[in-house]
Design a binder for this molecule. Structure first.
Ligand code: ADP
Ligand code: SF4
Length: 693
């Protein structure tokens, strides 16, 4: 297919210092949970993006000194030659696909916990970190000088590893950004006070790094040009800094926010629309003629072309859009816009990469699996049992994903059957919760792909029982019948149902009843009980509040929606719920429900009554496993199950499970996941270091 000429501008090369980017697509640094600990996963994850057309791929933050140890978070490191050898694998992989490799050299300053090295974190001033609650050491001159020379050593190692782009990173309020910030920096020496003084260490570092590797590598500077109300500089000083340091920089990588207000940089679609950062970063052109890269969860080619044409940026930066679709540039280049697997802005990649230490993505099941499972986002081999017919029961996210993979693997016939009037399972209604409209891309992308597979048929409005499945006569059966919210209030806190809870009663509601059946509370006072801690409890509360109910959101968790903190939605979400007039109560649960009232217990052992006309139960989900168990009990062979039908879980994990089943449908027992490659420090790594050293 030919590409639309409007997008030609996106494929122009761009010069950055001594290096040339082959087009305008730039993978900005982003976390993976790989660092230098999983060098092969790191390399394979970036390599797939390079192959998919990103002209540069970068590491995550890569610290230069042992007193910038991010443990328990995983950063990359460039502390010694061992780190060099681990990151060289990534450089070689990027180069093999014609892309440049970038390293985001960093120092954490006040925020690093140094959980591994136990060293005191150095910072501009002795002010407790607003992010990690660590009280740092105020740097002496010798600390400043030592960190600058650590940076230079790390830059030289980076060049020797093969990196083309070396960052002097101070974005997200890391050390150099802390120096620039009047909040963290309250020094009274040459490094504090005026902007010139606050910028001094950053400029000294830029000068030293440029002097060491500037003729071999492009020097990139990543800066939050506006802290957007957080503890950093605002736009006027941000632009002034760009002017001051411009002569030392080949590429400006610009964003907004701070680590505390990271939610404003890696904005969730619940609160931020595509390209929102341009309001600030669109002004950087006023301060520099050098190439600029910015971000804003850009997934629409027309918008990207418009930004480049306007001249405000030179490069389209992305983290999440290329986690969701590593082949986004290639799909634009070859005119396959419909095939772009657009990011939904859920930030599960951040939860998984940062907090759970191995990246994953809701939209792209292959993210993070490139090395350890050998999954490629666009390549599927023909299954050894491709002459089989497969029946997939349930067209929720797991069933749809599985059917796509089975279709691509060339199965003779795939029947995807669902009881509901339309496919999608939970993705039919979750996007109708307040703020989650963009999540509909999970359903629409999959339906678009399924429609292109001639060997996959979708049948809706067909509820299959065990006899129906047997009568279908398929060689293989995948049960993807999902799960539902428990109507009896069972939960992990009281370890059982809640007395008095019965979804047949008018005053007891479940999310499915609210969303699919239109059931509504019989009175104005509604209590939403959330024992899950993610989006559903908050979604129910906001929806019913918007329909005029008085709502209390009670959670057994330590705060409302703690998992949303991992997706950077938490603080904004709680503020939003508060502004809507929703009363929130944490560390509390129900021990009884009656018409008109409930009995509450708290973690302190208090018990009291509350009046409520209705209770919405968001306590836990229960798998629809009956069909699967009936079939297996009857001895039917070739029956497997996936997704929430196995155990209720995150959308990302249900989709991943469907994908895995598709990939392994021809394994000896598809119900048992094949072993994956594990990376761990060991004899191989030591031998490698010795051999190369
Ligand atoms: P998952 O997240 O695991 O994909 P969902 O709950 O989203 O699960 O989707 C399960 C789908 O399975 C729903 O669309 C539901 O209508 C369908 N389903 C459940 N039981 C049957 C059945 N016996 N026959 C056909 N479809 C079914
Ligand atoms: Fe986008 Fe969600 Fe995937 Fe992250 S996990 S890349 S936010 S779809």
């Amino acid at each position: 297919m030919a590409r639309d000429a409007r997008f030609d501008i996106l494929f122009e090369p761009v010069q950055i210092g001594p290096k040339t980017l082959r087009n305008r697509f730039y993978q900005v640094p982003h976390c993976t949970g790989f660092g230098v600990e999983k060098p092969w996963s790191q390399a394979a994850h970036r390599a797939v993006k390079a192959e998919g057309g990103w002209a540069a791929v970068c590491t995550e933050y890569c610290t230069v000194s042992p007193d910038a140890d991010e443990t328990p978070f995983i950063s990359a490191r460039m502390w010694d030659d061992h780190d060099l050898r681990h990151l060289k694998v990534m450089c070689d992989a990027a180069h093999a696909h014609g892309s440049l490799a970038g390293v985001e050299l960093s120092h954490s300053g006040a925020h690093g916990e140094n959980g591994e090295t136990r060293l005191p974190p150095p910072a501009p001033s002795q002010i407790t970190s607003d992010y990690s609650n660590i009280t740092p050491k105020a740097m002496e001159q010798l600390d400043i000088d030592r960190i600058v020379s650590d940076w230079v050593r790390a830059a030289i190692r980076s060049r020797d590893a093969g990196f083309d782009i070396v960052y002097v990173y101070g974005g997200h309020s890391y050390l150099l950004g802390q120096m620039l910030s009047p909040f963290y920096n309250q020094r009274t020496d040459d490094y504090g006070g005026s902007l010139e003084n606050r910028a001094r260490m950053w400029i000294e570092t830029l000068r030293a790094v440029r002097g060491a590797v500037g003729s071999d590598c492009a020097i990139a500077c990543r800066v939050a040009v506006s802290a957007a109300g957080g503890p950093g500089v605002e736009l006027d000083e941000g632009l002034e800094f760009v002017r001051m340091a411009d002569h030392l920089v080949d590429l400006w990588d610009v964003h907004i926010g701070s680590i505390l207000e990271w939610s404003k940089d890696s904005g969730a679609s619940r609160f931020f629309t595509e390209g929102w950062q341009l309001e600030w970063t669109g002004h950087v052109r006023e301060a520099t003629e050098k190439p600029i890269v910015g971000v804003g969860r850009l997934t629409t080619p027309a918008r990207m072309a418009e930004i480049i044409e306007s001249g405000v940026w030179d490069l389209i930066g992305a983290a999440r859009p290329n986690i969701a679709d590593p082949f986004l540039p290639e799909k634009i280049r070859t005119g396959r816009i419909d095939d772009i697997r657009a990011c939904i802005g859920c930030n599960m990649c951040i939860s998984k990469g940062d907090f759970r230490r191995h990246i994953g993505c809701t939209q792209n099941a292959t993210a993070g699996e490139e090395h350890r499972r050998g999954w490629h986002p666009e390549r599927f081999d023909t299954a050894k049992n491709a002459d089989s017919e497969v029946l997939v029961v349930g067209a929720g996210p797991a069933g749809m994903e599985c059917a796509i993979v089975l279709g691509r693997r060339g199965m003779r016939r795939v029947r995807l059957v669902d009881a509901a009037g339309e496919p999608g399972g939970v993705t039919r209604w979750i996007p109708r919760l307040p703020g989650l409209a963009e999540w509909d891309r999970l359903r629409t992308w999959r339906l678009g792909q399924l429609a292109k597979l001639p060997n996959v048929e979708i049948e809706t409005g067909v509820r299959l029982d065990a006899a129906g499945v047997r009568a279908a006569g398929a060689d293989l059966v995948v049960i993807a019948t999902g799960a539902e919210w428990a109507g009896d209030g069972r939960n992990g806190v009281t370890r059982g149902p809640i007395p008095g809870a019965d979804p047949a009663l008018p005053h007891i509601l479940t999310p499915e009843q609210v969303m699919l059946e239109g059931k509504r509370p019989p009175g104005s006072r509604v209590l939403v009980l959330d024992c899950e801690g993610y989006f559903m409890g908050a979604g129910m509360a906001e929806l019913l509040r918007s329909q005029g109910h008085e709502v209390e959101l009670m959670t057994s968790c330590e705060k409302v929606a703690p998992l949303c903190d991992e997706t950077l939605e938490g603080p904004l979400l709680r503020r939003h719920l508060h502004d809507l007039g929703i009363h929130m109560r944490a560390e509390a649960w129900l021990t009884r429900v009656e018409p008109g009232g409930v009995t509450v217990e708290t973690e302190l052992g208090e018990e009291f009554e509350l009046e409520a006309d209705a209770v919405v139960l968001v306590t836990q989900r229960v798998s629809h496993e009956r069909l699967y168990l009936e079939l297996t009990a009857a001895g039917v062979q070739g029956v497997h199950r996936i997704g929430d039908c196995v155990a209720p879980r995150l959308l990302a994990d249900a989709i991943w499970d469907g994908h895995r089943m598709g990939r392994e449908i021809d394994s000896p027992d598809p119900s048992r996941p094949l072993p994956h490659l594990r990376e761990r420090p060991g004899f191989e790594a030591v031998a490698l270091a010795g051999a190369a050293g």
